[in-house]
Design a protein. Structure first.
Length: 195
């Protein structure tokens, strides 16, 4: 398996012609927000990716394999909810579609939902509760298959992400300890030993 431990954001500094000719790996958002994953390149090679923790891979980034070959990342189309403002004027004169989208982004951001922000639409992962909330805010919500590139910022680098990232390890240990606590709950003496 080919090892990859280096990522060049958007292929900066690499010869464009090499990047264009490179084999590709097509990855959805679930995979692109992990720093360790396996993939298969367009030329049929198995690739093991080990990037610094917290790295988020974007469409257009270039991975460099152990043997020095380049792999261009393509953001896979995946099911997403595309949120657009209603432009009809049933809501009276003060209705401003841009403001509706801004308000939606605010409410979604408050829930730490990964969100792709565009001038004329938002994209989030499918979630019927959020879809209903957005429709109640007079927005159009359509299910589409498109690449998903959520905002970086606090979500990617900060707590949402690292929390998610370390989550796999953290949670499993967490549960083990909980298991012990429950086991010993009936014996106060044990509980103290643990403490």
């Amino acid at each position: 398996m080919l090892q990859v431990s280096k990522l060049v954001p958007q292929g900066q500094g690499l010869a464009a012609v090499l990047v264009r000719r490179a084999a590709t790996v097509t990855l959805d958002w679930d995979v692109r927000q992990k720093s360790r994953f396996d993939a298969e390149s367009s030329d049929g090679r198995r690739v093991g990716v080990f990037l610094p923790r917290g790295t988020v891979v974007r469409g257009g980034d270039v991975l460099i394999t152990q043997d020095g070959s380049l792999l261009r990342v393509i953001a896979a189309p995946q099911p997403v909810l595309k949120v657009t403002a209603c432009t009809d004027h049933h809501h009276g004169h003060d209705h401003d579609p841009a403001f509706d989208l801004m308000r939606a982004a605010y409410h979604l951001g408050n829930r730490h939902v990964p969100i792709e922000l565009r001038p004329d639409h938002l994209k989030i992962e499918p979630d019927h509760v959020l879809a209903d909330m957005l429709r109640a805010m007079h927005l159009n919500v359509a299910e589409v298959r498109e690449p998903f590139e959520p905002e970086g910022g606090a979500y990617a680098a900060g707590h949402g992400h690292s929390h998610h990232q370390g989550g796999d390890h953290g949670h499993s240990h967490g549960h083990d300890h909980h298991g012990h606590d429950h086991g010993h709950g009936h014996h106060p003496a044990h509980a103290h030993d643990h403490g």
